[in-house]
Design a protein around this ligand. Sequence first.
Ligand SMILES: [Zn+2]
Length: 254
Amino acid sequence: MFDRLRRWRENRRLQRLAVPVEAWEAAIADWPVAARYRGEARTRLRDMALRFLLRKEFVAADGLEVTDAMQLRIATMAAVPVLELGLEWYDGWVTLILYTGAFVPSHDREDEYGIVHTEREPLTGETSEHGPVILSWDDVASAGDAYNVVIHEMAHKLDMRSDGGPNGAPPLHPDMNPAAWTQAFTAAWEDLEHRADTDADDELPIDPYALQDAGEFFAVTSECFFEAPERLAAYWPALYRQLSAFYRQDPLSQ
Ligand SMILES: [Zn+2]
């Protein structure tokens, strides 16, 4: 009942939003991933992006002017990972905070040993379980080459839906095998660890930042799955298949 009411109210608001198809197309024209979605899938992607805008709230930080085109672009990037899962996977949080560029978090972070770290490194994106998603617009605009800060932070949000928090294990579907998931991720992790010891950073299949922890590994490989699927499948085919089963998409055959 609640779902139907929500849908009905949202449909009315969607009509009033009245975003022309051309405006949406223009906002994502230079994002190559969007070109993969054609016909019916493209219509669903646009619809989901607009519903994302209705359900979420954008807040500008540091004087950045947040345009409609910027919001459409971010909403579409966010819609891609959940296109076959449902927008409900992003329930439980509302706000996206946009900075012009990399930002320095003002909070302290407590680690697993209870030690509080005061972070002063600039970040490109950040989120917490029920907290806002914080993004650097510079980094949203420069997505590509296996890099996408929006998909990265959305992957964290999906990961946080399971009991263990952001631990690289989002809620898997009933038809998936958790042991196969763990095995594929562990093998890829060990391979990247080995390569990071011997190869230059720019020769690695993904950003070695992934080795921070299992949650970052899932987020960074998710970026690669959508932005550079051929690379992920070439290096770690089992991991590619697991991500394909989780996202219910196969970017290589789209
Ligand atoms: Zn991260």
